[in-house]
Design a protein around this ligand. Sequence first.
Ligand code: BGC
Length: 363
Amino acid sequence: MFCVKKVSLYLAVGFFLILAVSCVSAEVSKEAVVKKTSLASLTLRRSGPDPFEQNKRLGKGINLGNALDAPNEGEWGVTLKEEYFKIIKDAGFDSVRIPCRWSNHALKEKPYTIDPNFFNRVDWAIENAIKNDLYVMLNVHHYLEMNSNPNGNSERFLGLWQQIAEHYKSYPDSVLFELLNEPDKTLTAERWNDLLRKALAVVRISNPHRTVVIEPTGAGAIYLLRKLDIPEDDRNIIVSVHYYMPMNFTHQGAEWAGEKSKEWLGTTWTGEQRQKQAIRMDFKKAAAWAKKCNRPINLGEFGAYEKADMDSRVRWTTYVAKMAIDNGWSFHYWEFCSGFGAYDPEKNAWREPLLKALIPPGK
Ligand code: BGC
C-alpha cells in the first residue's frame, strides 16, 4: 500500500514536471522564433544595454565644462543656460558630458548628504539634455582630495555614489555614470582598481543596467590602461581616456598648469608627419588594449587652450577627433564655452573652424 502510494506520488510529480518543462520550453522556443533572439542577446538584455551600442550613441559630444565642476556654478565664468542644450544639439552633437563637483555640495561627515539644491540643478541640466535628445555622461569631477588623500575620502566617495545612483536610478539608459574624473597621484592604479570595484558595486545595487564609464589613472592616461583592472563579468562598461598631448602645445599659458606653461607660449602644431605619428601611435596603443579586453572606448576630454594660435588648435582638434572617429570611439571635446571653448558665449556663436573640426560638415 505504502509503495503504491509512493509510486503514484512520483508519477504525479513527474507528470507535472514534464508538463511544466514542456510548457516553458514551448514558450521559450516560441519567443525565440518570434523575436529571433539569440542566447547572446538574451544575456545582454539581462545585464542592460550593449555598451558598444551605447558608445555609438554617445558619438560626438562636448563637455559642459567649468560650470557645475567649478567650486560653485558661475565662479569660473560659466552658468549653464537652457538654450545651450539646443545649440549643442543643432550643431550636430550627440551627447554632453556634465562634469559635477559633488564633493563641494555634500556634508563632510557621514551620511555625506548631498545638498538638494545641487541635485535640483544637476537634474535640470540632465533633463534639458534629454529634452534635446542628447545622451549624457554624468560624473564625479574635481574631487581633488581623492587624488591627494584617497584613504581619507574613499568612504565619502562611495557615500556620494550611493546617493547619486539612487537619485538617478529611474532615468533612461541615455544617462551614463562616470565614476571619477582623472584618478591620479596617490590614487594609484592599485588603490583605484580596488575602489572602482567598490563604487561599481554601490552603483549596481540601484542601477543594475546602467552603463558605467571608468577612466584609468594618470588622469585618464592611455599608457596606464594596462594597469586598469575592471570586473571581467561586468560588461556594461565603457572605458574613457583623456588626451592632451603634447602638453606644451595644448596647455600653453594655462594658469593651472604651473610656471612652465608660460614658457610653452607660442608652441604651434603644424600637423607634420612626426606630430601626427605621435598621436596615431598613442591611439593605436589604446585601440590594441580595447581589442584585447573587448571594451568600448570614449575619449572623454581633449582640447587645446585658447592661448595657442587658432590655426594650430583647429589642426590638432581635427586630427584628434578624426583619430577617435576612425577608431570607433565616442568623444567629448573639452569644452563648450570657456577657455578651450568651441562656442563663444559673448558673440553667441560657434567658433566655426573648431566646430568643423569636431563635426565635419556632411557627417
Ligand atoms: C579639468 C579642467 C581643465 C582641463 C584641462 C579637466 O579635467 O577639469 O579644469 O581645464 O582638464 O586641463
